[in-house]
Design a protein. Structure first.
Length: 247
């Protein structure tokens, strides 16, 4: 940032971790927007001068941390599905997966509707997600997540109340609308317990939707550049090399 103040050109793309403090600072420095949410909203109607993005490994780690208490198959399922949301290039594709994930994570029961041969919405949407991720690799594997264990997650980074305040924006309302539309699906009575019931993941996802422009690829084509998915790994590799030579 200091380089820009002495005349260096502003970057076209910046990839950083999931810290709100750092994201806010970068957005204020390289764009004309005061908050993360305002920046995310602006991307709907214009192309900001700088494409601000969240590193995929850092973002996925926040979900890996949130899923530590569940079984490994369930953990892999959710990481794989979230990986597919990250890779989405179109808003409608992301919406379809988000809707399915919100249903599966919030339904206590699956299988057929009680007393019928009709599949519950949870059963149908889970099958859709399982088909979606079958044969596809998770975009960030378990080994990489272990390597990033020393990285503090977004929630653990100590920053002020003002910096952690999440403002409502169009994307948060979009997510709330999707969640409102599926309430009947969530309340359906199935014939067996849903092993993937994880309402805390739905809560986290609904919060993170406000910054979906930064952690997914739904606007990469609109900007016309950017790695898919976003990664700061090459830069971090160079930092690690420098650290080896420091005393």
């Amino acid at each position: 940032m200091e380089w820009c103040r002495i005349g260096a050109p502003h970057p076209k793309e910046v990839v950083t971790d999931a810290s709100r403090a750092l994201l806010t600072a970068v957005i204020k420095e390289f764009t004309c927007y005061p908050t993360i949410e305002r920046y995310a909203d602006a991307c709907r109607n214009t192309i900001p001068d700088c494409y601000i993005r969240i590193d995929v490994a850092h973002f996925m780690k926040t979900y890996s941390d949130a899923l530590k208490s569940v079984s490994r198959p369930v953990r892999i399922f959710y990481l794989a599905v979230i990986g597919q949301i990250i890779l989405c290039r179109h808003v409608e594709d992301a919406r379809k997966i988000l809707k399915a994930l919100l249903i599966v994570s919030q339904c206590e029961l699956e299988g057929n509707l009680q007393g019928t041969c009709i599949k519950s919405d949870c059963e149908t949407q889970k099958q859709f997600l399982e088909h979606l991720i079958t044969g596809k690799e998770i975009i960030i594997d378990e080994e990489e997540l272990i390597i990033t264990e020393s990285i503090p997650s977004e929630e653990s980074i100590p920053i002020s109340d003002e910096e952690t305040k999440i403002s409502s924006n169009w994307w948060l309302k979009w997510g709330e609308k999707i969640n409102s539309e599926i309430q009947n699906s969530i309340s359906q009575n199935g014939t067996r317990a849903n092993a993937h019931y994880a309402p805390h993941i739905a809560t986290k996802l609904l919060r993170d939707i406000g910054t979906i422009v930064l952690w997914s690829n739904i606007y990469t084509d609109k900007f016309g550049y950017g790695r898919i998915p976003a990664s700061s790994a090459p830069v971090e590799s160079e930092f690690n090399k420098l650290k080896k030579f420091s005393y």
